[in-house]
Design a binder for this molecule. Structure first.
Ligand code: 9YT
Length: 130
């Protein structure tokens, strides 16, 4: 069994910072669970465009308010505590955080640790393959 505390992840190498977000990576590829599990903060007032062409991701909001738009034309959905979205089509999307969002994110395949978005809004395939 693996038991880990968010407080032990914060400030460690599993605490990864992007331009608009901070991803605390609780479970990674190395744990061999078949998915990774992140407790992610999206900074208030930001807009992030992403497209995970190499991963499936489910995101469950537990704090904050915002909205998500499927690109290029919508629809747009509100994000609030209790909202989950699943990027089952590797959907290109834009996430807007009205207030700070706290999101529980699950990636399949798992990310390995230090991935941040490339210019297309994806995490690299090489990491996805491990
Ligand atoms: C919600 C979202 O996709 N935020 C970007 C960071 C990413 N989910 C991560 O690595 O935790």
């Amino acid at each position: 069994m693996i038991v880990r505390e968010l407080n032990d992840v914060i400030g460690s190498e599993r605490d990864v910072h992007g331009e608009t977000w901070n991803s605390r990576r609780l479970l990674l590829a190395g744990e061999k669970m078949g998915f990774s599990l992140h407790d992610t903060l999206i900074h208030a007032g930001t807009e992030t465009t992403m497209c995970y062409e190499n991963h499936l991701e489910a995101v469950y909001c537990i704090e904050g308010e915002g909205e998500i738009t499927v690109l290029p034309d919508g629809p747009t959905y509100p994000i609030r505590p209790g909202t989950v979205y699943a990027l089952d089509q590797h959907d290109r999307h834009c996430l807007r955080a009205t207030t700070q969002l706290r999101m529980v994110c699950v990636f399949n395949p798992p990310v390995t640790g230090t991935e941040v978005h490339d210019e297309s809004g994806a995490y690299p395939a090489a990491a996805a393959a491990t």
